[in-house]
Design a protein around this ligand. Structure first.
Ligand code: DOR
Length: 428
């Protein structure tokens, strides 16, 4: 294929919206304008009535390989990402073995390249084995190209270790991303601690377990000057803490998941493990605060926390089932259905803002202009649809969004000039 022409769409990027066709050759955007004609051999992607934007970037994807390939592989997860409009995902480090060594992160990157469906950027763990005892070889991993470090699945409990990690991070130019959870307060918890959990008789995960660590890490940022990214923010107070930190000029960024802007703890009333997630679904007041945080820019990014789990594990009783939900293929549809924000701000939170946090802004989330890498998403912002779990590209089926009316559907995804998704279907 010698090139590609995306016709009839509305281009939406950092500079706003305009009607334009987009020509791509050799992985690069070469022409943006009206009335462009396809030349012989060029693939044409129809974008009539649709939006052409920079490709989406997910800061928070669990790809499960190595170690849990029965739930997802880098190939199936990359395919799910492409279907969701993503051209780049940051792979979380809670694999087996953990992404705490150069050999493991290089394996993850190589598998992503072999799949060729999405740029897979491995994160590194902050501590060896994510055990919270000893720092990972941060400098070596940074030399190997790792930009984002996290013990996600767990927060770094020890404040001294976190302080040291931040001091190294300031020198190395890397970003630490925290899963904010004071473990001592959440032992045995299966859902948000509040009225609903008392009624159901289930052990609760109190909001303060998140907020204490958000507060601690903001203060450590103030002390060290190193940036922190706060993962899957879920409570009203956490949003307030981040808002205040930003007002103080601290280098704090934050993300929220599609499920924390759309679902509440009341979903657990049927005791279905599909709604078990960490941090847990909270109250409507929290959901509204998280939405408001996205709308006013306190929360920088929408990140999926795509957490595939094999059906036999999610079929266990609620207290034994693992936490986590699929997210990649439904993120746009859930976000546009849940948020009352200008479209450009939603796409900013799914593309160029997370690209900057992930350290991939040289390749992804770029303006749609000649000379830029052709990493693009074409979507219909008004399309209403429902997810059919059996049709997901992910190897797992644990979506909580079955039956929900979603709005906004991805039609085509283009990775470095090659279509990874055409008419909603993965091309390979
Ligand atoms: O619900 C979650 N699932 N939260 C996490 O932090 C980890 C994730 C997983 O790996 O399944």
């Amino acid at each position: 294929m010698s090139g590609m022409l995306i016709t009839g769409g509305t281009v939406l990027d950092q500079s706003g919206e305009r009607r334009a066709d987009v020509r791509v050759a050799d992985g690069t955007i070469v022409e943006v304008g009206n009335g462009l004609e396809a030349s012989a051999g060029e693939q044409t992607l129809d974008a009539t009535g649709r939006v052409v934007s920079p490709g989406f970037v997910d800061l928070h994807t669990h790809l499960r390989e190595p170690g849990r390939e029965e739930s997802e592989t880098i190939e199936t997860g990359s395919r799910a990402a492409a279907k969701g409009g993503y051209t780049c995902v940051v792979a979380m480090p809670n694999t087996d073995p953990t992404q705490d060594s150069v050999s493991v992160v290089e394996f993850v990157r190589a598998q992503g390249e072999a799949a060729g469906l999405c740029d897979v950027r491995p994160s590194g763990s902050i501590t060896i084995g994510r055990l919270g005892q000893q720092l990972s070889p941060l400098a070596e991993l940074a030399d190997a190209g790792v930009h984002l470090f996290t013990d996600d699945g767990d927060g770094v409990q020890d404040p001294l270790l976190m302080r040291r990690a931040l001091e190294y991070a300031a020198d190395l130019g890397i970003v630490l991303a925290q899963h904010c959870e004071v473990k001592r307060l959440t032992e045995g918890a299966v859902m948000h601690e509040g009225h609903c959990c008392s009624r159901l008789g289930l052990p609760g995960w109190p909001s303060v377990a998140e907020e204490l660590m958000v507060f601690r890490d903001i203060e450590l940022v103030r002390l060290t000057g190193a940036p922190v990214h706060i993962l899957h923010l879920s409570t009203a107070r956490s949003v307030d803490l981040v808002r205040a930190a930003k007002a103080d000029g601290l280098p704090v960024t934050a993300e929220a998941t599609p499920h924390h802007i759309s679902l509440t703890d009341e979903r657990l009333e049927g005791y279905s493990s599909l709604y078990k997630v960490n941090p847990p679904l909270r109250t409507m007041a929290d959901v509204e605060s998280v939405r408001a945080g996205l709308a006013d820019g306190t929360i920088d990014a929408i990140a999926t926390d795509h957490a595939p789990h094999a059906p036999e594990t999610k079929e266990r009783p609620l207290d034994q089932a693992p936490p986590g939900m699929l997210g990649l293929e439904t993120a746009l549809g859930v976000s546009l259905a849940s948020l009352d924000m200008p479209l450009v701000d939603v796409i900013a939170a799914m593309s160029w803002k997370p690209a900057a946090i992930a350290g991939v802004a040289d390749q992804h989330g770029r303006p749609v202009l000649p000379g830029e890498p052709a990493n693009l998403t074409v979507f219909d912002p008004g399309a209403e649809w429902q997810v059919v779990p059996a049709q997901l590209a992910s190897k797992s089926r644990n979506t909580p969004f079955g039956g929900m009316a979603l709005r906004g559907k991805v039609w085509h995804t283009v990775l470095r000039g090659t279509a990874t998704v055409v008419d909603g279907q993965p091309s390979r």
